[in-house]
Design a protein around this ligand. Structure first.
Ligand SMILES: Cc1cc2nc3c(=O)[nH]c(=O)nc-3n(C[C@H](O)[C@H](O)[C@H](O)COP(=O)(O)OP(=O)(O)OC[C@H]3O[C@@H](n4cnc5c(N)ncnc54)[C@H](O)[C@@H]3O)c2cc1C
Length: 302
């Protein structure tokens, strides 16, 4: 993720000019302001701006004139209560604006989260950099046999090397042709047309602004083990930022969303019968085979 010296200088200049403010400041987030956190081989996430802190959630919940804070324990208790009972709007009072650099195929998954504001780097106006996501060998897997939407075993070292060769060669050739097509002293094709030649592993960038409630929704889906690795690593990086920004809210999110499970009525009934000592099986539980497997994955981690 090499930043150019000019980009680094802009970041340094911003960090060197703090301004006094009456607004709520989250010390944990101030540390991260403007600093890019590397993700994948050329990507990053960095905080451009944020609004609110844990106290702002309580302030909104109490519709308070002052800080809204009764005591630190009260604040954490209230935030946990709100999260547990799906009171979402107080969390919408906090916002964050991120600058993200990510491969286009990751951006396609990310953009499905509609409850955010996005402004993407224009490849009609600007020339995209020669930067392509090339996975590390430990992330090159075969198609999963059990989950159509996932990865299975690692490829053999020989096959993995072949895949890497193909990815690198195709990316290089596509970019060489992109450059040849847009060359002003050559063909001079419009950038908005030439970009169609670039593969989905080329990097794009955007500003992404979202409130905390919808960010938690994004993180629950994308920091989950079922999410594709290449978007999950971004979500995991954002989790670290959020943990420093709103520590009470993040802990509540970990406990009541990220680490929690939803049980269907049949699953709750099966659990009750099990606790009474009854033998509950796939045949007598009233669930489909797949649901039963998912249920067993929750109750039996051995
Ligand atoms: C593991 C995984 C696999 C996926 N596989 C596929 C796939 O194969 N194909 C595919 O197309 N997508 C796929 N998706 C994308 C998924 O279907 C959602 O589009 C994506 O996760 C965004 O979720 P969302 O709509 O809840 O989020 P947001 O768009 O942020 O919306 C948040 C919530 O706001 C509400 N909302 C937002 N907009 C509207 C609206 N217009 N109308 C009503 N309610 C609205 C809904 O309650 C929604 O849950 C996958 C996602 C995951 C995590």
């Amino acid at each position: 993720m090499p930043l150019s010296p000019e980009q680094q200088a802009e970041i340094d200049a911003l960090r060197a000019t703090p301004a006094p403010t009456l607004r709520a400041v989250a010390p944990g987030m101030e540390r991260h302001l403007y600093v890019p956190q590397p993700v994948l081989d050329h990507g990053f996430v960095r905080v451009v701006d944020y609004m609110g802190d844990d106290a702002a959630i309580c302030q909104a919940a109490r519709v308070s004139y002052g800080k809204g804070t009764k005591s630190v324990q009260n604040d954490e208790g209230l935030i946990r209560y709100l999260m547990r009972h799906w009171h979402s709007t107080p969390f919408e009072m906090c916002e964050v604006k991120l600058h993200v650099k990510l491969p286009v195929f990751v951006a396609r998954q990310w953009i499905r989260h509609r409850t955010a504001n996005v402004n993407e780097y224009s490849a009609r106006y600007s020339i995209l950099d020669r930067e392509f996501y090339i996975p590390a060998p430990e992330h090159i897997n075969s198609q999963s046999k059990v989950n159509n939407q996932g990865r299975g075993e690692l490829l053999s070292p020989e096959d993995s090397a072949r895949v890497l060769e193909m990815l690198k060669a195709d990316s290089t050739r596509a970019y060489d042709n992109y450059e040849a097509m847009i060359a002003e002293d050559g063909i001079g094709l419009a950038r908005e047309l030439a970009r169609m030649n670039l593969p989905a592993n080329v990097y794009t960038q955007w500003y992404w602004k979202v409130d905390l409630h919808n960010l938690f929704h994004f993180l629950r889906l994308r920091a989950d083990a079922h999410a594709q690795y290449e978007i999950r690593v971004y979500a995991e990086e954002i989790c670290k930022l959020v943990a420093d920004w709103v520590p009470f809210a993040y802990r509540a999110f970990e406990d009541y969303r990220l680490g929690a499970v939803t049980l269907s009525a049949q699953m709750v009934e099966a659990m009750r019968r099990m606790l009474k000592g009854e033998e509950v099986t796939a045949e007598n539980c009233g669930m489909s085979a797949r649901e039963w497997r998912e249920f067993m994955g929750v109750v039996d981690k051995s």
